[in-house]
Ligand binder design. Structure first.
Ligand code: 3H9
Length: 685
């Protein structure tokens, strides 16, 4: 990490270098301070600040945020640049984010390459900008425009930045433009600190509070960002800067910032492990089997990634349905402006629908997303084996069936791997790559390569009922049903979990996916269920009553007119009845107890999953829960949250609950291991 300088005529070119994105760490700040110390330099009339490689600077080095703030501080460097007698010009050669954008705001003049991304994404790390963006940006582009960017972390392209007045020009060679900028333009450019305070815009402030409450609920930083920007019209710059700095420092050490930082780095660490050196199968032509919701979503995700797709169905009617399902997604994407008409046509040109597996003869990967029945899978895999080249990888999207049993249906089971997508498959980022007993490294590498092509978050999982995510989900739902049977209502449970940070509670979510799906799953598990484990029959009663969720107009809630949900007293009565039959005296659980039980049930199961090696690390569980199951990102994922509670506290509460039901609540051996070793869950696995 360094700062390179060179002279070009009357310009001193200062280049920040810290591959790959020029994150601004201590050494870089020290380098910039050294340049400032060296000024004025005889014959130098301007300093041109730029970045080495493809980035200008992606912001402060977030890796430093776990320790104390080290001198020199970025805000001091930024303030000095702004006040420098030798004017600084930002030649924004590539991405300028966070502290990178703040350095640019300290300059008198800003020129960016076409298409360059600029923004202040600090809220995504649970902090507000700490080097003046909340104060300088409103002065430069107005309060309303600043409120549209900083509180949501919204990044924009150079073209829009120019329209807003955030930058002064666009050029393919910003450094040369800066070197040759006429003195007049430079002299006219005031430092932002000398600009008048922005006008107060009450409507924009109210709108910004509403947006962050809706889009980033429960998060402190976005709300504080709005407050800091709103106050710019009322107080001097120095006062605003001091408040911003203190807010940044306070938030930086807070739980939300720690959790979001953890997720930021976890997301980037989600890639093929180093031991996986085998080359993947080519991914140009891919077969998808089954054109239902999941298969159509997978096919569309592949089309988005530029692949050719053969979507296979059982018969002509299935082919028509498959095409309709893909067309629905294309239409929705067109309506939302995500793709153009030409983009839609391009996608249509790359997909073939057929009931003839022979159409897939050139495919090197097949993803089966057919009906969840072993007989169906057996038939599909036999047909795939016969039709595709011998070296093609055969993947199953099964959610619950035994991948090893599926693999055993083909003569070379090493070709088989699980690729578990989440609905809607073209939107949800998680991809569980399920490693069967025989899965070859090539099959796994193909899964990772596909994950990369689709920009998914890949997580390796072992074979068990439900893999990582659905296994945790099953315990979450079991705990919810138990709380419901023993004292609460579904809406109390949902409210408790929404307050925790989920977008919706377990009952509303089940209404969306359909109660029949979980029901079919329970029937499949009847033969293997632990007879000592308590079984809550209310969901079965719901299915008997035809209350399958939104699709039937009623599930745990009623949806009159197909719209907003209303509580259904009949559902609450079902619990009263079942509890009466079972001789249970119901208890009135408060929201804290409900939340505690549901979250602990998940943590305990996740610990077993880690202990059995089904998930490789606590970080992987965090990725699964956040990217596949809506666990609040700002809590850092299930295991990060568990560590914030403390293993000893978790064990104590589980032991208390185990007195009630030892089968469900006995602490996982992994928790005991953590206690014995005195380590956290993140440290133990
Ligand atoms: C801030 O600026 C606070 C200031 O207001 C105040 C300070 C006083 N730090 O994403 P990629 C690493 S807060 C450390 O895979 P891409 C990343 O971990 C900051 N490391 O590439 C990865 O490492 P590895 C505000 C960082 O091309 C490598 O760089 N800024 C940072 O897909 C490549 O990253 C942000 O929040 C960082 N700030 O995307 C911007 N950024 O190779 C965060 C990246 O070891 N960054 N790394 O896995 C991004 O949004 C994307 O990285 C970016 C590139 C769009 C730049």
């Amino acid at each position: 990490m360094k700062v390179n300088t060179r002279r070009e005529g009357a310009a001193l070119i200062v280049e920040m270098e810290n591959a790959p994105v020029n994150a601004i760490g201590q050494a870089m700040r020290a380098g910039l301070a050294e340049v400032l110390d060296s000024l004025p330099i005889n014959g130098v009339t301007r300093v041109v600040l730029t970045g080495a490689g493809k980035a200008f600077a992606a912001g402060a080095d977030a890796r430093e945020f776990d320790g104390p703030a080290l001198d020199p501080q970025l805000n001091d460097v930024v303030n000095r640049i702004e006040r420098s007698e030798t004017p600084w010009i930002a030649a924004i050669n590539g991405v300028a984010l966070g502290g990178g954008g703040e350095l640019a705001l300290a300059c008198r003049y800003r020129i960016a390459r076409p298409g360059t991304v600029l923004g202040f994404p600090e809220v995504n790390l649970g902090i507000v900008p700490g080097s003046g963006a909340t104060q300088r940006l409103p002065r430069l582009i107005g309060m309303k425009a600043a409120l549209a960017l900083i509180p949501t972390g919204q990044a924009i392209k150079a073209e829009e930045a120019e329209t807003l007045g955030l930058i002064d020009g666009i050029s393919d060679d910003p450094v040369q433009v800066a070197v040759h900028l006429d003195e007049g333009s430079l002299e006219l450019a005031n430092p932002i600190c000398d600009l008048p305070r922005p006008e107060r815009e009450d409507d924009a402030i109210a709108a910004a509070f509403a947006v962050v409450a809706k889009k980033l609920p429960n998060q402190i930083a976005p709300h504080r960002a709005v407050e800091l920007i709103a106050a710019t019209s009322e107080r001097p710059m120095a006062e605003g800067l001091a408040d911003e700095r203190q807010t940044f420092l306070d938030l930086r050490v807070g739980d939300q910032a720690r959790a979001l930082r953890h997720m930021f780095f976890a997301e980037r660490a989600a890639k093929a492990p180093d031991w996986l050196t085998e080359a993947p199968a080519p991914l140009d032509q891919i077969a998808v089997v089954g054109g239902g919701t999941m298969g159509a979503g997978i096919a569309y995700a592949l089309l988005n990634a530029g692949k050719r797709v053969v979507l296979l169905e059982t018969d002509a009617a299935g082919v028509v349905r498959a095409q309709e399902n893909v067309e629905k997604i294309i239409d929705a994407s067109l309506k939302r402006g995500l793709i153009s008409e030409a983009g839609a046509e391009d996608r249509r040109a790359r997909i073939t629908y057929s009931a003839d597996y022979g159409e897939a003869a050139a495919c090197t990967l097949a993803i089966e997303a057919a009906f969840e029945s072993m007989d169906v899978k057996r038939e599909v895999f036999a047909k795939l084996e016969a039709a595709l080249p011998a070296e093609a990888i055969l993947a199953s999207n099964t959610s619950y069936l035994d991948l090893d049993e599926i693999a055993a249906t083909v003569s070379d089971p090493s070709r088989v791997v699980g690729l578990h997508f989440f609905a809607p498959a073209h939107i949800m980022k998680l991809l569980e790559i399920v490693r069967g007993a025989a899965s070859s490294d090539r099959a796994l590498a193909t899964g990772y390569a596909l994950g990369k092509a689709l920009r998914k978050i890949p997580v390796l999982a072992g074979v068990c009922d439900g893999f990582i995510g659905n296994r945790i989900l099953a315990r979450y739902r079991e705990a919810a049903d138990t709380v419901f049977m023993d004292g609460s209502t579904p809406w109390e449970v949902d409210e408790a979990m929404v307050d925790f940070g989920y977008a919706m509670g377990p009952y509303e979510a089940q209404d969306l996916s359909g109660l029949d799906i979980a029901h079919a799953n329970r029937r499949r598990q009847d033969a293997t269920r632990d007879p000592n484990r308590r079984y809550i029959p209310i969901a079965d009663r719901m299915v008997e009553l035809g209350k399958l969720g939104r699709k039937t107009g009623a599930g745990w809630y009623r949806y009159p007119g197909g719209n907003g949900k209303v509580e259904d007293p009949i559902v609450a009565d079902l619990a009263l009845e079942e509890a009466h039959f079972a001789g249970i005296t119901r208890t009135d659980y408060g929201a804290d107890e409900i939340r505690g039980r549901l979250v602990l049930a998940m943590i305990n199961e996740a610990c077993d999953i880690l202990n059995e090696g089904i998930a490789a690390s606590a970080r992987d569980v965090d990725l699964v829960t956040v990217f596949g199951y809506g666990f609040p990102r700002w809590r850092g994922g299930l295991m990060h949250y568990a560590d914030s509670l403390g293993v000893a506290n978790i064990v104590a509460k589980l032991e208390e609950l185990a007195a009630e039901d030892p089968v469900v609540w006995t602490p996982s051996p992994l928790l005991r291991e953590c206690l014995d070793k005195g380590v956290t869950l993140a440290e133990v696995r």
